[in-house]
Design a protein around this ligand. Structure first.
Ligand code: NDP
Length: 282
């Protein structure tokens, strides 16, 4: 029987509806959430990214503000502005628009965002909080991958989960989140031996690789497994594909996320879920 599709767009829509209700309740209580997009030097990429950010924020009833410094702003001025936003009680979450101009270090600046306001959740405090099981802002893609796996209805208690990819922003936190759901987790990477054999043990297989479209074929998959494909590979002509070979995988897996339309749309909602949590805690 072909795999059931874990439809990220549908899941995202449901999450969005819930979020809108919760943000509205906060607003009614005088605690509207505010998201600030902070950019140093605004280019076309930033403008188009912000358009969709703004649209999404408005649809959810979140206040959205853009704070800009000129591209030639010295580091001191950028750091001072970040400190100002950190201290501003009306600001719930901050997104630093990347890339920043060459004289600045984007990673270093992102680390200066107060962890509670760093709603992308990929700074060391937020990531470290997962290890301590004191969740703050969860890294959005890792959380989306786990949420989508849970959508299948699989009992995660004691399930074998294999994550391929050990990046700080996706693979590692996804492995930790699965561990916290009582999965038995194997975390693989480019040096792992006999990856297909390890993958075939997985009740839940999460791929976050991004090197070759369709690398994970049906013969890597345990019959009936839940497969979450995080990978995004540009295959030209404006099209993207995932790590998983959809045609062969869908003949074996029980559940499968498509690319596009799987993890991506849910990831976006996770950012606002972090924002909501931050607003509630503020
Ligand atoms: P990274 O490049 O940081 O990490 C890739 C990981 O894959 C590394 O751990 C690497 O191993 C491993 N890897 C590479 N080649 C192989 C191989 N042949 N066999 C096994 N493991 C391999 O990428 P990210 O984690 O940032 O992203 C992963 C994918 O997810 C990308 O396609 C990215 O575009 C996509 N993505 C999707 C998002 C979404 O919203 N859907 C959001 C963020 C990312 P090693 O550590 O040994 O080098």
């Amino acid at each position: 029987m072909p795999a059931k599709i874990l439809d990220g767009k549908a899941v995202a829509k449901r999450i969005k509806e819930k979020l809108a209700l919760e943000f509205a309740a906060l607003r009614a209580g005088g605690r509207a959430a505010k998201l600030v997009s902070f950019a140093v030097g605004v280019d076309d990429g930033t403008t188009s990214y912000r358009k969709s950010q703004k649209k999404q924020a408005e649809a959810l009833g979140v206040d959205y503000a853009m704070v800009d410094l000129p591209a030639e702003a010295p580091k001191d001025a950028v750091v001072a502005k970040l400190h100002e936003l950190n201290a501003d009680k009306s600001v719930t979450g901050i997104i630093l628009q990347l890339p920043v101009p060459k004289h600045l270090n984007g990673e270093e600046l992102a680390r200066m965002i107060a962890p509670a306001k760093n709603i992308e959740g990929i700074d060391e405090v937020n990531l470290g909080a997962i290890v301590m099981k004191r969740y703050l802002n969860l890294p959005c893609t890792a959380r989306a991958a786990v949420e989508l796996a849970a959508e299948s209805g699989i009992d995660m208690n004691g399930a074998n989960a294999v994550v391929i990819g050990r990046s700080t922003i996706v693979g590692k936190p996804a492995a930790l989140l699965l561990l916290d759901r009582n999965c038995t987790v194997t975390l693989c990477h480019s040096r792992s031996r006999d990856l297909p054999a390890i993958a075939r043990q997985a009740d839940i297989l999460v791929t976050a690789i991004g090197t070759r479209a369709g690398m994970v074929t049906g013969d890597w998959i345990k019959p009936g497994a839940v497969v979450v494909d995080v990978g995004i590979i540009d295959v030209g002509e404006g099209r993207i594909r995932g790590d998983v070979d959809f045609d062969s995988a869908s003949q074996v897996a029980g559940f499968l996320t498509p690319v596009p339309g799987g993890v991506g749309p849910v990831t976006t909602q996770m950012l606002y879920l972090n924002l909501l949590d931050a607003a509630k805690k503020a």
